[in-house]
Design a protein. Structure first.
Length: 107
């Protein structure tokens, strides 16, 4: 069993929900969470930018990382969307098994 958490930033809740539902519908995710109201400050093309964004958290199987990245890049409006992954190294074994069951290669 190898579960991951994807951290993806999106410009707003609507985009996050659209992308998140696409990941769920294609079984690339077991569950998504949207966190509204993130304040982002970052460098972009030589200038310091500041904006409001939404965070999309995706729980999935590690085997789905490449497919998640490809789907987000296909649907996202940013030229370089933030898509990063953290391995889930512990937790409720039943929950981790559920993530794998719902988003694994046999889902």
């Amino acid at each position: 069993m190898s579960a991951i958490l994807a951290y993806i930033t999106v410009p707003n809740r609507e985009d996050g929900l659209r992308i998140g539902k696409a990941l769920l519908e294609t079984r690339l995710a077991a569950c998504i969470n949207l966190l509204d109201g993130m304040h982002a400050v970052y460098w972009w093309q030589g200038a310091l930018e500041e904006t409001q964004e939404c965070v999309l958290l995706v729980k999935s199987s590690a085997a789905r990382q490449d497919a998640i990245t490809a789907k987000v890049r296909e649907l996202h409006g940013y030229a370089v969307p933030c898509v990063v992954f953290w391995p889930l190294t512990g937790g409720n074994p039943d929950y981790l098994a559920w993530i794998e069951k719902e988003s694994g290669e046999n889902a």
